[in-house]
Design a protein. Structure first.
Length: 131
């Protein structure tokens, strides 16, 4: 029975489910399609503290200080493995995704836009306090 349950889990997790990653101006979303029913698994607000890094496996996450990992890859051994690392309350969480370089670039650009906006905001605050 345990073996059958394991096979069923692998089939449901890696063979029957499709994952969709969506990036907008302010958020990163991961949805899973199982059959015809889409289900939003993760909806993260993009922050200037976030980052996206290419990794070869979970062991690479140690150097980033990640404390929690969420794997939303469609394949057991993904080829284009990236970690979307977010910081909340001082803790780093990695969302493992499988995507191409073009999508990874789009995510990185959104994060950089947040960083530039935050930097500009701080510069404006500094000008206001100087006046």
């Amino acid at each position: 029975f345990i073996v059958a349950a394991g096979i069923l889990y692998v089939a449901m997790r890696y063979m029957l489910a499709q994952y969709t990653y969506t990036i907008s101006k302010d958020s990163f979303e991961v949805s899973r399609l199982l059959g015809k029913v889409p289900n939003v698994l993760i909806l993260a607000e993009i922050s200037e503290n976030d980052s996206l890094v290419r990794i070869s496996g979970r062991k690479d996450l140690k150097k980033y200080g990640v404390t929690k990992t969420e794997n939303v890859c469609a394949n057991l051994a993904p080829h284009g493995l990236y970690a979307y690392i977010s910081v909340s309350e001082g803790k780093k969480t990695a969302i493992l995704i499988e995507c191409d370089e073009l999508f990874a670039l789009a995510v990185s650009e959104r994060i950089n836009m947040k960083k530039l906006a935050k930097k500009s905001e701080k510069q404006e605050e500094n000008r206001e306090t100087e006046d």
